[in-house]
Design a protein around this ligand. Structure first.
Ligand code: SF4
Ligand code: FES
Length: 248
């Protein structure tokens, strides 16, 4: 395949960026999107040009690092896949592909296609943990009976990889889907109920402090989420928040 790539280039957080055009040839349908960028970078390095900087780690849909806005969609045109799992067969010979970083005030661009998503880490630190007695009297988790439905819902919420596509997809740059997944995975389990009140209050307060927008129920986050995190988590977080506020 022969393609035209329009890629966001930006030296650092303090400079203005712009889209630059790169023609590329010899791309196979079985290559992943990141392998296609590797081919581009190899060519740039061989010519003595600066390679395009992009985030990646596991390259198998687990770590959430590979966050790219591809033709206006976080993680590109396929569904339930991350950018590293996106195959070039989703594109046609002769296509122009626009590649940008995730856009949100709370995700400032560091360089080219890499954004700073440490705001997510700070939301996690505000409440994404439980207290466990490790004094020698630890109760085996398997001895606590948990309703199968709750266990499944909790597991599904826990599959959020913190990629930030939900924020990039949202016209308000809201982080409600991410935060609600992190609240839900604990709210559904007895082990998570101990800090439930302060968890939801603190995580939502941190989310607001980071400058993420409000949720207006457009549902774009759920559509673009590579892990299929459901909007039901947002409804659950809202219920948790209301009950925590009434207690507080
Ligand atoms: S909710 Fe989905 S889109 Fe948002 S950070 Fe988690 S995995 Fe990524
Ligand atoms: S590189 Fe880890 S999810 Fe894509």
């Amino acid at each position: 395949m022969k393609l035209t790539l329009k890629i966001w280039r930006q030296k650092n957080a303090n400079t203005k960026g712009e889209l630059k055009t790169y023609p590329i040839d010899g791309i196979e349908g079985d290559m992943s999107f990141l392998e296609m960028l590797d081919v581009l970078n190899e060519g740039l390095i061989n010519k003595g040009d600066e390679p395009v900087v992009f985030d990646h780690d596991c390259r198998e849909g687990i770590c959430g690092a590979c966050s790219l806005q591809i033709n206006g969609e976080p993680h590109g045109p396929d569904r339930l896949v991350t950018t590293c799992q996106l195959h070039m067969r989703m594109f046609n010979d002769g296509d122009t592909i626009v590649i940008e970083p995730f856009r949100a005030k709370a995700f400032p661009v560091i360089k080219d296609l890499v954004v700073d998503r440490s705001a997510f880490d700070r939301i996690q630190q505000a409440g994404g943990y439980i207290s466990v007695n490790t004094s020698g009297n630890t109760i085996d988790a398997n001895t606590i009976p948990i309703n199968k439905h709750d266990a499944d819902e909790s597991f599904e919420a826990a599959t959020c990889i913190g990629c930030g596509a939900c924020v990039a997809a949202c016209k308000n740059a809201s982080a409600m889907l991410f935060t609600s997944a992190k609240v839900s995975q604990f709210a559904l389990l007895p082990q998570g109920r101990i800090e439930a009140t302060e968890r939801v209050l603190n995580m939502v307060a941190q989310m607001d402090k980071e400058g993420f927008g409000n949720c207006t129920n457009t549902g774009a986050c759920e559509i673009e989420c590579p892990k299929g995190i459901s909007l039901e988590n947002i409804a659950r977080m809202n219920r948790e928040y209301l009950s925590a506020s009434l207690k507080g």
